[in-house]
Design a protein around this ligand. Structure first.
Ligand code: AHM
Ligand code: MG
Length: 325
């Protein structure tokens, strides 16, 4: 058995990897904001039922979805953390219709797109949920406006996600490097628990909402049939938690377009792009069935996209099957 103190802390990791580097200058403050927000939220999620913080706010968000109290709390929490970091110029968020601008000084280098609480349908049933963040450098020569955050996923300089599960993990990705930190509930600090994560070659799992089968085109039906052969289906209904299992254990997740979700269900800017960036850094892939999602030029903050993400061989197999069917 090891003790947390034998692991590198997130702070030590960030200071040695990002502090003072021209490319990642100030990124440690953004990551620290994510860790601090996750720490606060973790307590609220664990105690939500006892504190009367479960259930809806009575509002409907810009997606037309009912807002849960913890959706609103998580959004407010991370917005505040990013503002306090002094390094984030602008935030785009699933729960907020328009981007929030903090400042355009020399210090305000980053733009963050976030899904502050992914897996909303699992909040009040004690099932894993998470938070997702894409991080872009802002173009300092241009003034900030609603268009500033419409950058393709390939321009991200990093991304991160948190899973509030049987333990709370924070995964941080920058170019060529994906690292997992686990929160120690005793001191609230995050400690490095898996360095340089890469997808394993084996692919025991596939994740898909089977209830949509009747709405799929033939190519998807066939592709999912192929995935069934020798693999177990695992579908939590929290993208971030399904993604985390698949990157660690091996597998693929898909939520493609169907007759109901004709343009896909999941969101390009704060779900597909950040997790797609992690996937590619870990040797995996991300696609909408036709092209690498990271190459899509976004047209609006809340746009949806068909998503196939995970082990590269499986992503390519699905694309090929769709193409020839
Ligand atoms: P959310 O961001 O409002 O929680 O919605 C996104 C979630 C994903 O986490 C999950 O993969 C998907 O919606 C589940 O959708 P469905 O219930 O249609 O399977
Ligand atoms: Mg989500």
């Amino acid at each position: 058995m090891t003790s947390p103190s034998s692991h590198l802390t997130l702070k030590e990791f960030c200071n040695s990897h990002y502090k003072g580097s021209a490319k990642h200058d100030g990124l440690e403050a953004v990551i620290d904001g994510i860790a601090s927000g996750a720490r606060d939220l973790e307590g609220q999620i664990r105690n939500g039922n006892l504190l009367g913080m479960l259930g809806t706010t009575g509002d409907v968000n810009v997606q037309g979805e009912i807002v849960q109290q913890l959706d609103a709390i998580s959004s407010d929490t991370f917005v505040k953390k990013f503002q306090e970091s002094g390094r984030v110029a602008m935030v785009g968020c699933e729960e907020i219709e328009h981007p929030v601008t903090f400042g355009d000084s020399e210090q305000h280098k980053y733009i963050v797109l976030m899904d502050p609480l992914d897996g909303s349908s699992n909040i009040d049933v004690a099932v894993s949920i998470g938070s997702i963040f894409g991080i872009w450098k802002r173009e300092s020569s241009k003034s900030l406006n609603a268009e500033s955050l419409l950058m393709p996923g390939s321009k991200q300089i990093g991304s991160a996600y948190v899973v509030y599960g049987s333990c709370t993990v924070l995964v941080v990705a920058t170019e060529g490097s994906v690292n997992e930190f686990t929160m120690n509930p005793k001191d609230g600090d995050f400690y490095l628990t898996s360095a340089n994560i890469m997808y394993p070659d084996k692919t025991p799992y596939y994740s898909v909402n089977d209830g949509n089968t009747a709405k799929w085109v033939d190519g998807i039906v066939k592709a999912v049939d192929q995935l069934r052969d020798g693999r177990s289906q695992r579908y939590i209904g929290s993208l971030v938690a399904d993604f985390h299992r698949n990157i660690i254990k091996g597998g693929v997740f898909l939520y493609t377009a169907d007759t109901k979700n004709t343009i896909g269900r999941l969101r390009l800017m704060y779900e597909a792009n950040p997790l797609g960036y992690v996937s590619v850094q870990a040797g995996g892939a991300v696609s909408n069935g036709v092209e690498n999602i990271l190459n899509i030029q976004p047209v609006e903050l809340h746009q949806r996209v068909p998503l196939i993400i995970g082990n590269k061989t499986l992503v390519n197999q699905i694309i090929e099957t769709i193409k020839v069917t």
